[in-house]
Design a protein around this ligand. Structure first.
Ligand code: ADP
Ligand code: MG
Length: 239
């Protein structure tokens, strides 16, 4: 199968700290790749490098064989890579609808005017926020801010969705709903990189996992393979 997204030798240094160290992995189209590892292992930084938030210190990233290493974040978004943040980032004084419409206007497939409204409304419906577009972000509960952020990402119709601990902090019912929602993304043909600590979610959603510890890839394989790998167990116990 062809790789949709490829990382080769991807490295990020912050001063003397090597946060991401020569990472290599491929993400195949229509797959959910789990990027897992203890706190501080470099997962969010890896997503930041893919989405163009930071420049790489070394290495390269390509999308369908085209290098995207030196593109600006907005150009990477335009090519179809969109992300949620570990700490939700929405425009708090704007309405839910305005936030999601921004995703429709600035995403991969760009929608304008009434079309952007229709796409935004459909995505709000999809994430369980139908009819609540008029609310301001400041009025929302935690789970609802996460739903809106996902709707904003999906409104741009990305090919690759990067989810940074999107399931963190949800109660058991919300968690089940969230897992179903992520599964539906794969079912509709999107490719997902899932940074996650919730093991049940990793087991039930991921086709493959890459495990990081201290910036380095220490294992790669199916969830069952990596979660029974002694090196992975050691890395988690040492956390
Ligand atoms: P994870 O998401 O796996 O918990 P991060 O990618 O957030 O880990 O962080 C990896 C390492 O890089 C940590 O030691 C963190 O403190 C450091 N780091 C992350 N972002 C920055 C930054 N902008 N400046 C300096 N150090 C950073
Ligand atoms: Mg993180």
């Amino acid at each position: 199968m062809t790789a949709l997204l490829s990382l080769r030798g991807v490295t990020k240094r912050f001063g003397g700290l090597v946060a991401v160290n020569r990472m290599d992995f491929d993400v195949t189209e229509h797959q959910v790749l789990g990027l897992i590892g203890p706190n501080g292992s470099g997962k969010s930084t890896t997503l930041n490098l893919i989405s163009g938030a930071f420049p790489l210190s070394a290495g390269s990233i390509s999308l369908r064989g085209q290098p995207i290493t030196h593109l600006q974040a907005q150009d990477i978004a335009r090519r179809g890579i969109a992300r949620t943040f570990q700490l939700v980032r929405l425009l708090p004084s704007m309405t839910v609808m305005e936030n999601v419409k921004a995703g429709a206007v600035f995403g991969h497939r760009r929608h304008w005017g009434h079309e952007a409204d229709a796409v935004a409304e459909a995505m709000l419906e999809k994430v369980g926020m139908g009819g609540r577009g008029h609310m301001t972000v400041g009025q929302l509960t935690y789970i609802d801010t996460k739903r809106v952020e996902l709707a904003r990402v999906l409104a741009g119709e990305p090919r690759v969705v990067l989810l940074d601990e999107w399931l963190a902090g949800l109660n058991p019912t919300e968690l089940e709903e969230g897992i179903t929602l992520i599964r539906s993304l794969r079912d509709e043909g999107r490719t997902v990189i899932l940074v996650e600590h919730v093991m049940d979610a990793i087991r039930s959603l991921c086709d493959r996992c890459v495990v990081m510890a201290a910036g380095t890839k220490i294992a790669e394989g199916t969830p069952t393979e990596v979660l029974s790998d002694p090196a992975v167990i050691r890395a988690y116990l040492g956390d």
